[in-house]
Design a protein around this ligand. Sequence first.
Ligand code: UD1
Length: 430
Amino acid sequence: MDRIRIVGGAPLNGRIPISGAKNAALPLMIASLLTAETLTLENVPRLADVILLKRILGNHGAEVTVEGKRPSQDPFAGDTVRLTAGEIVDTTAPYDLVSKMRASFWVIGPLLARMGEAKVSLPGGCAIGTRPVDFFLTGLASLGASIEIEAGYVIAKAPAGGLVGGRVVFPKVSVGATHTVLMAAALARGETVIENAAREPEIVDLADCLVKMGAEIEGAGTSEIRVQGVSSLHAARHRVLPDRIETGTYAIAVAMAGGDVLLEGARYDLLESAFDVLVEAGAEVSTTNEGVRVARNGHGIGPVRVTTAPFPGFPTDLQAQLMALTAKAKGTSSITETIFENRFMHVQELARLGARIHLDGDTATIEGVEKLTGAPVMATDLRASVSLVIAGLAAEGETVVNRVYHLDRGFERLEAKLSQCGATIERVSD
Ligand code: UD1
Protein backbone atom coordinates (compact mmCIF):
# COMPACT_ATOMS: atom_id res chain seq x y z
CA MET A 1 0.00 0.00 0.00
CA ASP A 2 1.34 3.45 -0.93
CA ARG A 3 2.39 5.97 1.68
CA ILE A 4 3.39 9.62 1.48
CA ARG A 5 6.63 10.58 3.19
CA ILE A 6 7.19 14.21 4.05
CA VAL A 7 10.12 15.98 5.66
CA GLY A 8 8.69 19.22 7.00
CA GLY A 9 10.12 22.66 7.43
CA ALA A 10 10.60 24.02 3.90
CA PRO A 11 8.50 26.97 2.73
CA LEU A 12 6.56 26.62 -0.53
CA ASN A 13 7.59 28.83 -3.44
CA GLY A 14 6.59 28.69 -7.09
CA ARG A 15 3.46 27.72 -9.02
CA ILE A 16 0.83 25.06 -8.51
CA PRO A 17 -1.56 24.37 -11.38
CA ILE A 18 -5.14 23.86 -10.17
CA SER A 19 -6.98 20.91 -11.73
CA GLY A 20 -10.60 20.70 -12.82
CA ALA A 21 -12.99 20.26 -9.91
CA LYS A 22 -13.69 16.68 -8.88
CA ASN A 23 -17.06 17.70 -7.46
CA ALA A 24 -18.06 19.24 -10.78
CA ALA A 25 -16.56 16.56 -13.04
CA LEU A 26 -18.56 13.79 -11.34
CA PRO A 27 -22.07 15.24 -11.82
CA LEU A 28 -21.11 16.47 -15.32
CA MET A 29 -20.05 12.96 -16.32
CA ILE A 30 -23.28 11.57 -14.85
CA ALA A 31 -25.27 14.09 -16.92
CA SER A 32 -24.06 12.27 -20.04
CA LEU A 33 -26.67 9.59 -19.23
CA LEU A 34 -29.40 12.12 -20.09
CA THR A 35 -28.72 12.06 -23.83
CA ALA A 36 -27.94 9.58 -26.60
CA GLU A 37 -25.54 12.12 -28.09
CA THR A 38 -21.93 12.80 -27.07
CA LEU A 39 -21.04 15.01 -24.12
CA THR A 40 -17.45 16.25 -24.32
CA LEU A 41 -15.90 17.46 -21.09
CA GLU A 42 -12.61 19.36 -20.99
CA ASN A 43 -10.32 19.82 -18.00
CA VAL A 44 -11.35 16.55 -16.32
CA PRO A 45 -8.93 15.71 -13.49
CA ARG A 46 -7.17 12.32 -13.36
CA LEU A 47 -8.50 10.94 -10.11
CA ALA A 48 -9.52 7.56 -8.76
CA ASP A 49 -13.14 8.77 -8.38
CA VAL A 50 -13.26 9.74 -12.07
CA ILE A 51 -11.91 6.35 -13.12
CA LEU A 52 -14.45 4.59 -10.94
CA LEU A 53 -17.28 6.69 -12.37
CA LYS A 54 -16.17 5.79 -15.92
CA ARG A 55 -16.71 2.13 -14.94
CA ILE A 56 -20.10 2.87 -13.41
CA LEU A 57 -21.26 4.78 -16.49
CA GLY A 58 -19.85 2.03 -18.72
CA ASN A 59 -22.02 -0.45 -16.85
CA HIS A 60 -25.10 1.55 -17.93
CA GLY A 61 -23.94 1.51 -21.56
CA ALA A 62 -22.00 4.76 -21.88
CA GLU A 63 -18.87 4.71 -24.02
CA VAL A 64 -16.19 6.80 -22.37
CA THR A 65 -13.01 7.77 -24.18
CA VAL A 66 -10.20 10.17 -23.42
CA GLU A 67 -9.36 12.41 -26.37
CA GLY A 68 -5.72 12.64 -27.44
CA LYS A 69 -2.63 12.59 -25.30
CA ARG A 70 -1.71 14.98 -22.57
CA PRO A 71 0.86 17.45 -23.97
CA SER A 72 4.32 16.62 -22.62
CA GLN A 73 5.05 20.29 -21.89
CA ASP A 74 2.03 20.40 -19.56
CA PRO A 75 2.01 17.27 -17.38
CA PHE A 76 -0.85 18.65 -15.26
CA ALA A 77 -3.27 19.45 -18.10
CA GLY A 78 -6.79 18.12 -17.65
CA ASP A 79 -8.17 15.38 -19.88
CA THR A 80 -10.81 15.83 -22.53
CA VAL A 81 -13.33 13.06 -22.00
CA ARG A 82 -16.05 12.05 -24.46
CA LEU A 83 -19.08 10.29 -23.04
CA THR A 84 -21.73 8.74 -25.28
CA ALA A 85 -24.68 6.94 -23.74
CA GLY A 86 -26.25 5.99 -27.11
CA GLU A 87 -28.31 3.31 -25.46
CA ILE A 88 -28.83 2.66 -21.77
CA VAL A 89 -28.31 -1.09 -21.49
CA ASP A 90 -28.82 -1.43 -17.74
CA THR A 91 -30.75 0.75 -15.29
CA THR A 92 -29.29 -0.98 -12.24
CA ALA A 93 -26.32 0.50 -10.39
CA PRO A 94 -24.97 -2.38 -8.31
CA TYR A 95 -23.74 -2.32 -4.72
CA ASP A 96 -20.12 -3.23 -5.52
CA LEU A 97 -19.75 -0.05 -7.61
CA VAL A 98 -22.00 2.44 -5.79
CA SER A 99 -20.66 1.51 -2.36
CA LYS A 100 -17.19 2.74 -3.36
CA MET A 101 -18.29 6.32 -4.06
CA ARG A 102 -21.34 8.09 -2.77
CA ALA A 103 -21.74 10.40 -5.78
CA SER A 104 -22.46 7.41 -8.03
CA PHE A 105 -25.89 7.25 -6.36
CA TRP A 106 -26.71 10.39 -8.36
CA VAL A 107 -27.15 8.29 -11.54
CA ILE A 108 -30.66 7.67 -10.19
CA GLY A 109 -31.75 11.11 -11.51
CA PRO A 110 -30.82 10.75 -15.20
CA LEU A 111 -31.66 7.04 -15.40
CA LEU A 112 -35.14 7.65 -14.03
CA ALA A 113 -35.72 10.69 -16.24
CA ARG A 114 -34.54 9.03 -19.46
CA MET A 115 -35.59 5.41 -18.95
CA GLY A 116 -38.51 5.75 -16.53
CA GLU A 117 -36.86 3.44 -14.02
CA ALA A 118 -33.72 3.00 -11.95
CA LYS A 119 -32.52 0.51 -9.38
CA VAL A 120 -29.60 1.97 -7.46
CA SER A 121 -27.81 0.58 -4.46
CA LEU A 122 -27.80 2.71 -1.33
CA PRO A 123 -24.40 4.45 -1.26
CA GLY A 124 -21.18 4.20 0.70
CA GLY A 125 -18.32 6.70 0.33
CA CYS A 126 -16.31 8.63 2.91
CA ALA A 127 -17.03 7.63 6.49
CA ILE A 128 -18.17 11.08 7.58
CA GLY A 129 -21.50 10.83 9.33
CA THR A 130 -24.58 8.91 8.31
CA ARG A 131 -25.20 10.72 4.99
CA PRO A 132 -28.74 9.53 4.23
CA VAL A 133 -30.53 9.85 0.86
CA ASP A 134 -33.98 10.92 2.06
CA PHE A 135 -33.89 14.31 0.24
CA PHE A 136 -33.13 12.58 -3.07
CA LEU A 137 -36.08 10.28 -2.64
CA THR A 138 -38.63 12.91 -1.59
CA GLY A 139 -37.30 15.18 -4.36
CA LEU A 140 -37.78 12.54 -7.05
CA ALA A 141 -41.18 11.63 -5.58
CA SER A 142 -42.19 15.29 -6.05
CA LEU A 143 -41.57 14.72 -9.77
CA GLY A 144 -44.05 11.84 -9.71
CA ALA A 145 -41.66 8.92 -9.10
CA SER A 146 -42.72 5.96 -6.99
CA ILE A 147 -39.94 4.84 -4.68
CA GLU A 148 -39.38 1.56 -2.89
CA ILE A 149 -36.44 0.34 -0.89
CA GLU A 150 -35.72 -3.36 -1.19
CA ALA A 151 -32.68 -5.32 -0.04
CA GLY A 152 -30.37 -2.30 0.05
CA TYR A 153 -31.57 -0.95 -3.29
CA VAL A 154 -33.70 2.07 -4.13
CA ILE A 155 -36.16 1.14 -6.86
CA ALA A 156 -37.57 4.23 -8.52
CA LYS A 157 -40.22 4.27 -11.26
CA ALA A 158 -41.60 7.21 -13.23
CA PRO A 159 -45.33 7.35 -14.03
CA ALA A 160 -46.44 6.28 -17.52
CA GLY A 161 -45.42 9.14 -19.80
CA GLY A 162 -42.40 10.03 -17.68
CA LEU A 163 -41.55 12.34 -14.78
CA VAL A 164 -43.65 15.46 -14.31
CA GLY A 165 -42.40 18.82 -13.08
CA GLY A 166 -43.16 19.65 -9.47
CA ARG A 167 -42.19 21.72 -6.45
CA VAL A 168 -39.24 20.35 -4.51
CA VAL A 169 -38.47 21.89 -1.14
CA PHE A 170 -35.29 20.62 0.48
CA PRO A 171 -35.39 20.77 4.30
CA LYS A 172 -31.62 21.31 4.35
CA VAL A 173 -29.14 22.28 1.64
CA SER A 174 -27.84 19.20 -0.16
CA VAL A 175 -25.41 19.37 -3.05
CA GLY A 176 -26.05 15.83 -4.25
CA ALA A 177 -29.83 16.03 -4.00
CA THR A 178 -29.82 19.35 -5.90
CA HIS A 179 -27.64 17.89 -8.69
CA THR A 180 -29.86 14.81 -8.92
CA VAL A 181 -33.22 16.58 -8.99
CA LEU A 182 -31.84 19.16 -11.44
CA MET A 183 -30.81 16.41 -13.87
CA ALA A 184 -34.14 14.61 -13.49
CA ALA A 185 -36.15 17.82 -13.90
CA ALA A 186 -34.33 18.66 -17.15
CA LEU A 187 -36.27 15.86 -18.87
CA ALA A 188 -39.52 16.02 -16.84
CA ARG A 189 -42.73 17.37 -18.41
CA GLY A 190 -43.50 20.94 -17.34
CA GLU A 191 -41.95 23.18 -14.72
CA THR A 192 -39.95 22.16 -11.65
CA VAL A 193 -39.12 24.60 -8.89
CA ILE A 194 -36.32 23.58 -6.50
CA GLU A 195 -36.41 25.54 -3.26
CA ASN A 196 -33.55 25.71 -0.77
CA ALA A 197 -31.32 24.48 -3.59
CA ALA A 198 -27.57 24.23 -3.02
CA ARG A 199 -25.78 27.33 -4.38
CA GLU A 200 -22.36 25.70 -4.80
CA PRO A 201 -20.38 26.69 -7.93
CA GLU A 202 -20.48 23.05 -9.03
CA ILE A 203 -24.30 23.30 -9.25
CA VAL A 204 -23.89 26.32 -11.52
CA ASP A 205 -21.36 24.38 -13.61
CA LEU A 206 -23.77 21.48 -14.04
CA ALA A 207 -26.63 23.84 -14.92
CA ASP A 208 -24.44 25.65 -17.48
CA CYS A 209 -23.58 22.34 -19.12
CA LEU A 210 -27.22 21.17 -19.11
CA VAL A 211 -28.23 24.44 -20.77
CA LYS A 212 -25.60 23.80 -23.49
CA MET A 213 -27.26 20.39 -23.90
CA GLY A 214 -30.63 22.07 -24.49
CA ALA A 215 -32.10 22.24 -20.97
CA GLU A 216 -34.04 25.29 -19.79
CA ILE A 217 -32.80 26.31 -16.35
CA GLU A 218 -32.91 29.59 -14.45
CA GLY A 219 -31.63 30.55 -11.03
CA ALA A 220 -28.71 28.12 -10.62
CA GLY A 221 -26.42 29.65 -8.00
CA THR A 222 -29.41 30.98 -6.04
CA SER A 223 -31.56 29.03 -3.62
CA GLU A 224 -34.44 28.79 -6.09
CA ILE A 225 -33.88 26.99 -9.37
CA ARG A 226 -36.57 26.82 -12.06
CA VAL A 227 -36.45 24.18 -14.76
CA GLN A 228 -38.74 23.93 -17.79
CA GLY A 229 -38.50 20.30 -18.83
CA VAL A 230 -37.63 19.44 -22.43
CA SER A 231 -38.27 16.19 -24.29
CA SER A 232 -34.63 15.46 -25.13
CA LEU A 233 -31.12 16.80 -24.71
CA HIS A 234 -28.30 16.85 -27.23
CA ALA A 235 -24.51 16.88 -27.66
CA ALA A 236 -22.45 19.60 -26.01
CA ARG A 237 -18.91 20.53 -25.06
CA HIS A 238 -18.13 21.93 -21.63
CA ARG A 239 -15.04 22.81 -19.61
CA VAL A 240 -14.99 21.74 -15.95
CA LEU A 241 -14.45 24.68 -13.59
CA PRO A 242 -11.30 24.81 -11.41
CA ASP A 243 -11.29 22.89 -8.14
CA ARG A 244 -11.96 25.33 -5.31
CA ILE A 245 -11.20 22.71 -2.66
CA GLU A 246 -7.83 21.89 -4.21
CA THR A 247 -7.23 25.66 -4.44
CA GLY A 248 -8.11 26.18 -0.78
CA THR A 249 -6.02 23.21 0.28
CA TYR A 250 -2.83 24.54 -1.33
CA ALA A 251 -3.62 28.06 -0.13
CA ILE A 252 -3.79 26.73 3.43
CA ALA A 253 -0.57 24.76 2.86
CA VAL A 254 1.23 27.99 1.91
CA ALA A 255 -0.29 29.85 4.85
CA MET A 256 0.99 27.08 7.10
CA ALA A 257 4.44 26.34 5.65
CA GLY A 258 5.14 29.95 4.60
CA GLY A 259 6.40 31.05 1.17
CA ASP A 260 4.77 32.49 -1.94
CA VAL A 261 2.83 30.43 -4.49
CA LEU A 262 0.76 31.25 -7.56
CA LEU A 263 -2.24 28.93 -7.76
CA GLU A 264 -2.53 28.83 -11.53
CA GLY A 265 -6.03 28.85 -12.95
CA ALA A 266 -7.63 29.24 -9.50
CA ARG A 267 -10.70 31.47 -9.23
CA TYR A 268 -10.89 33.82 -6.24
CA ASP A 269 -14.67 34.22 -6.55
CA LEU A 270 -15.22 30.50 -5.89
CA LEU A 271 -13.60 30.68 -2.46
CA GLU A 272 -13.95 34.14 -0.95
CA SER A 273 -14.97 32.93 2.51
CA ALA A 274 -11.88 30.76 2.86
CA PHE A 275 -9.53 33.43 1.50
CA ASP A 276 -10.98 35.89 4.04
CA VAL A 277 -10.12 33.45 6.82
CA LEU A 278 -6.58 33.02 5.52
CA VAL A 279 -6.07 36.78 5.41
CA GLU A 280 -7.33 36.97 8.99
CA ALA A 281 -4.79 34.30 9.88
CA GLY A 282 -1.98 36.41 8.40
CA ALA A 283 -1.64 35.25 4.79
CA GLU A 284 -1.53 37.62 1.82
CA VAL A 285 -3.96 36.77 -0.95
CA SER A 286 -4.11 38.57 -4.28
CA THR A 287 -5.59 37.85 -7.68
CA THR A 288 -3.58 37.98 -10.87
CA ASN A 289 -4.68 37.27 -14.42
CA GLU A 290 -3.10 33.81 -14.08
CA GLY A 291 -4.86 32.81 -10.87
CA VAL A 292 -4.59 33.52 -7.16
CA ARG A 293 -1.34 34.26 -5.32
CA VAL A 294 -1.01 33.26 -1.68
CA ALA A 295 1.96 34.20 0.49
CA ARG A 296 3.00 34.28 4.10
CA ASN A 297 6.39 35.65 4.88
CA GLY A 298 7.72 36.61 8.25
CA HIS A 299 4.75 36.92 10.55
CA GLY A 300 3.16 34.04 12.39
CA ILE A 301 -0.26 32.47 12.00
CA GLY A 302 -3.09 34.21 13.84
CA PRO A 303 -5.98 32.32 15.47
CA VAL A 304 -9.43 32.22 13.80
CA ARG A 305 -13.02 31.30 14.62
CA VAL A 306 -14.78 29.53 11.80
CA THR A 307 -18.10 27.74 11.27
CA THR A 308 -18.59 25.60 8.18
CA ALA A 309 -21.66 26.35 6.07
CA PRO A 310 -23.05 25.67 2.60
CA PHE A 311 -21.74 27.94 -0.17
CA PRO A 312 -20.92 30.85 0.06
CA GLY A 313 -19.89 29.95 3.62
CA PHE A 314 -16.65 28.29 4.68
CA PRO A 315 -16.63 24.83 3.01
CA THR A 316 -16.72 21.71 5.15
CA ASP A 317 -14.27 20.20 2.66
CA LEU A 318 -11.59 22.61 3.95
CA GLN A 319 -12.36 22.17 7.63
CA ALA A 320 -9.69 19.54 8.30
CA GLN A 321 -7.03 21.52 6.42
CA LEU A 322 -7.88 24.69 8.36
CA MET A 323 -7.59 22.76 11.59
CA ALA A 324 -4.05 21.77 10.66
CA LEU A 325 -3.25 25.45 10.13
CA THR A 326 -4.74 26.57 13.45
CA ALA A 327 -2.71 23.89 15.25
CA LYS A 328 0.32 26.16 14.78
CA ALA A 329 -1.44 29.50 15.32
CA LYS A 330 -0.39 31.93 18.03
CA GLY A 331 -3.47 31.65 20.21
CA THR A 332 -6.68 29.66 20.48
CA SER A 333 -8.94 29.00 17.49
CA SER A 334 -12.34 27.41 17.24
CA ILE A 335 -13.87 25.49 14.36
CA THR A 336 -17.52 24.42 14.30
CA GLU A 337 -18.63 21.78 11.79
CA THR A 338 -22.30 22.16 10.82
CA ILE A 339 -22.57 20.05 7.66
CA PHE A 340 -21.48 16.58 8.70
CA GLU A 341 -21.52 14.95 12.11
CA ASN A 342 -18.43 12.90 12.85
CA ARG A 343 -16.15 14.82 10.49
CA PHE A 344 -13.38 15.11 13.06
CA MET A 345 -11.42 11.93 12.44
CA HIS A 346 -8.32 13.98 11.66
CA VAL A 347 -8.26 15.35 15.23
CA GLN A 348 -6.62 12.27 16.74
CA GLU A 349 -4.06 12.06 13.96
CA LEU A 350 -3.18 15.77 14.19
CA ALA A 351 -2.72 15.21 17.91
CA ARG A 352 -0.05 12.63 17.06
CA LEU A 353 1.95 15.47 15.51
CA GLY A 354 1.59 17.51 18.69
CA ALA A 355 -1.61 19.48 17.99
CA ARG A 356 -3.68 20.42 21.04
CA ILE A 357 -7.33 20.05 20.10
CA HIS A 358 -10.31 19.71 22.38
CA LEU A 359 -13.56 18.43 20.91
CA ASP A 360 -16.95 19.30 22.31
CA GLY A 361 -19.87 18.19 20.15
CA ASP A 362 -19.61 19.92 16.80
CA THR A 363 -16.91 22.35 17.91
CA ALA A 364 -13.15 21.90 18.09
CA THR A 365 -11.06 24.28 20.17
CA ILE A 366 -7.49 24.39 18.99
CA GLU A 367 -4.78 25.75 21.20
CA GLY A 368 -1.93 26.67 18.88
CA VAL A 369 1.48 25.18 19.63
CA GLU A 370 4.94 26.51 18.77
CA LYS A 371 5.94 23.44 16.83
CA LEU A 372 4.53 20.23 15.43
CA THR A 373 6.72 17.14 15.23
CA GLY A 374 6.59 14.58 12.41
CA ALA A 375 5.10 11.14 13.11
CA PRO A 376 3.47 8.24 11.28
CA VAL A 377 -0.24 9.01 10.78
CA MET A 378 -3.22 7.32 9.19
CA ALA A 379 -5.50 8.87 6.57
CA THR A 380 -9.18 8.28 7.29
CA ASP A 381 -10.98 10.13 4.53
CA LEU A 382 -10.18 12.31 1.57
CA ARG A 383 -10.02 15.74 3.21
CA ALA A 384 -8.64 14.44 6.51
CA SER A 385 -5.72 12.83 4.66
CA VAL A 386 -4.70 16.04 3.00
CA SER A 387 -4.87 17.90 6.32
CA LEU A 388 -2.21 15.49 7.57
CA VAL A 389 -0.04 16.22 4.54
CA ILE A 390 -0.32 19.97 5.20
CA ALA A 391 0.53 19.51 8.86
CA GLY A 392 3.48 17.32 7.87
CA LEU A 393 4.84 20.09 5.62
CA ALA A 394 5.04 22.39 8.64
CA ALA A 395 6.14 19.79 11.19
CA GLU A 396 9.73 19.20 12.23
CA GLY A 397 11.16 15.93 10.94
CA GLU A 398 9.50 13.09 9.07
CA THR A 399 5.77 12.44 8.71
CA VAL A 400 4.50 9.32 6.94
CA VAL A 401 0.86 9.37 5.87
CA ASN A 402 -0.53 5.86 5.49
CA ARG A 403 -3.58 4.78 3.44
CA VAL A 404 -3.08 7.41 0.78
CA TYR A 405 -5.64 5.88 -1.57
CA HIS A 406 -8.02 8.41 -0.02
CA LEU A 407 -5.82 11.21 -1.40
CA ASP A 408 -5.86 9.74 -4.89
CA ARG A 409 -9.65 10.04 -4.92
CA GLY A 410 -9.46 13.82 -4.85
CA PHE A 411 -5.98 15.26 -5.42
CA GLU A 412 -4.20 14.83 -8.71
CA ARG A 413 -0.44 14.31 -8.36
CA LEU A 414 -0.32 16.05 -5.00
CA GLU A 415 3.29 15.11 -4.30
CA ALA A 416 4.45 16.37 -7.71
CA LYS A 417 2.62 19.69 -7.28
CA LEU A 418 4.08 20.27 -3.81
CA SER A 419 7.62 19.09 -4.52
CA GLN A 420 7.93 21.46 -7.48
CA CYS A 421 7.41 24.24 -4.89
CA GLY A 422 10.25 23.04 -2.71
CA ALA A 423 8.53 20.59 -0.37
CA THR A 424 10.29 17.35 0.50
CA ILE A 425 7.48 14.92 -0.23
CA GLU A 426 7.44 11.57 -2.00
CA ARG A 427 5.25 8.57 -2.55
CA VAL A 428 6.65 5.35 -1.17
CA SER A 429 5.33 2.03 -2.48
CA ASP A 430 5.87 -1.25 -0.68
C1 UD1 B 1 -21.08 17.07 -1.57
C2 UD1 B 1 -19.60 17.00 -1.91
C3 UD1 B 1 -18.77 16.87 -0.64
C4 UD1 B 1 -19.10 18.01 0.33
C5 UD1 B 1 -20.60 18.11 0.55
C6 UD1 B 1 -21.00 19.33 1.36
C7 UD1 B 1 -19.50 15.97 -4.09
C8 UD1 B 1 -19.11 14.79 -4.92
N1 UD1 B 1 -19.37 15.85 -2.77
O1 UD1 B 1 -21.41 15.86 -0.91
O2 UD1 B 1 -17.40 16.92 -1.02
O3 UD1 B 1 -18.49 17.76 1.57
O4 UD1 B 1 -21.29 18.19 -0.71
O5 UD1 B 1 -20.53 20.48 0.77
O6 UD1 B 1 -19.88 17.00 -4.62
N2 UD1 B 1 -28.32 14.98 3.76
C9 UD1 B 1 -29.45 14.39 4.27
N3 UD1 B 1 -30.26 13.72 3.42
C10 UD1 B 1 -30.00 13.64 2.08
C11 UD1 B 1 -28.85 14.24 1.57
C12 UD1 B 1 -28.01 14.92 2.44
O7 UD1 B 1 -29.71 14.45 5.47
O8 UD1 B 1 -30.79 13.00 1.35
C13 UD1 B 1 -27.42 15.72 4.66
C14 UD1 B 1 -26.03 15.09 4.77
O9 UD1 B 1 -25.99 14.03 5.69
C15 UD1 B 1 -25.21 16.28 5.22
C16 UD1 B 1 -25.87 17.44 4.48
O10 UD1 B 1 -27.18 16.99 4.13
O11 UD1 B 1 -25.36 16.47 6.59
C17 UD1 B 1 -25.16 17.94 3.26
O12 UD1 B 1 -24.83 16.84 2.44
P1 UD1 B 1 -24.75 16.98 0.85
O13 UD1 B 1 -24.68 18.41 0.47
O14 UD1 B 1 -25.83 16.15 0.24
O15 UD1 B 1 -23.34 16.29 0.55
P2 UD1 B 1 -22.94 15.46 -0.74
O16 UD1 B 1 -23.71 15.92 -1.91
O17 UD1 B 1 -22.92 14.01 -0.41
